[in-house]
Design a protein. Structure first.
Length: 276
């Protein structure tokens, strides 16, 4: 069913026509003309592969063509047309940046899927917005426009693939890969060497710092500091207090404790007298 729909669409293709006011003229073909067209067979070169769905070849970024292939643009289009004829496909050149054929593509999708009216005409003049609807093209039409007589040439004879050319020009060289064990052994040796050199450098730096510190101390020896000077600065003329022995320190501590106990007792006695 779908295969027949695609085939009939190609057979019934007609260029859209408009009246003086620009309105689309519908039903250009009469019923008899439609029946005659449907009974005819397609040309041998048209729709060689029928996928049962409408196919559209959309070529993007036509506003920025590659300068390298600018002189080959006509041949590229002929090659695309040749492929499109065999699939019964439509060709649309588009550019989202410049808005080339975006509306055409939108309308043609609805025409293909939902049988809306075809409202856009063939365009083979503007190379940035080519539009070749399915059913227009045939190999005989394409052959008649082949002024350069290169249609039958192989694509890669005309459009040189640089990578393929390099491969053909350069001889294949066999690359021998070393064993994994040998590779890992080399890596291990490199790691140990680099690690050893880092440790040596660190030791050298430490030794150098120590030597510099010793030299600074020798050049500027520190003054003797009394342990009492750490907490308070002694006024000038004040004599240094003699250090106490263990027994003396213990005796002084006992005296301080007894003094504190006596103070507490006297305070308690005063408090009880006041209450009376």
């Amino acid at each position: 069913m779908f295969i027949k729909i695609v085939e009939n669409r190609i057979k019934l293709y007609t260029e859209p026509k408009f009246d003086e006011e620009g309105a689309l003229i519908k039903d250009i073909l009469t019923e008899d003309e439609k029946n005659i067209r449907l009974q005819r067979n397609l040309n041998n070169d048209v729709l060689l592969t029928n996928c049962g769905i409408p196919i559209i070849f959309v070529i993007n970024k036509t506003d920025n063509p590659c300068p390298k292939y600018d002189d080959k643009a006509e041949y590229i289009l002929k090659h695309i047309r040749k492929m499109a004829i065999s699939y019964g496909a439509t060709i649309i050149y588009t550019s989202t940046k410049k808005k080339y054929n975006i509306k055409v593509l939108y309308d043609y999708i609805f025409h293909s899927l939902y049988n809306f009216d075809l409202i856009h005409s063939l365009n083979l003049i503007d190379k940035t917005s080519f539009f070749i609807p399915s059913g227009y093209d045939r190999f005989s039409v394409l052959k008649s426009s082949d002024t350069q007589h290169d249609l039958d040439y192989d694509y890669y004879d005309i459009i040189k693939n640089e990578e393929r050319v390099k491969e053909n020009n350069q001889k294949e060289q066999e690359i021998e890969c070393e064993k994994v064990s040998e590779f890992l052994k080399k890596i291990k040796e490199k790691i140990y060497k680099s690690r050893g050199s880092i440790i040596k450098d660190e030791l050298k730096l430490k030794k150098k710092e120590e030597e510099e510190n010793i030299k600074k101390i020798e050049d500027n020896p520190p003054e003797k500091i009394n342990k009492f000077d750490v907490f308070r600065k002694r006024p000038e003329g004040e004599q240094e207090k003699p250090t106490l022995s263990k027994e003396e320190r213990a005796k002084k501590t006992r005296e301080n404790i007894m003094h504190k106990l006596n103070l507490k007792k006297s305070k308690l006695a005063e408090a009880s007298n006041n209450k009376k």
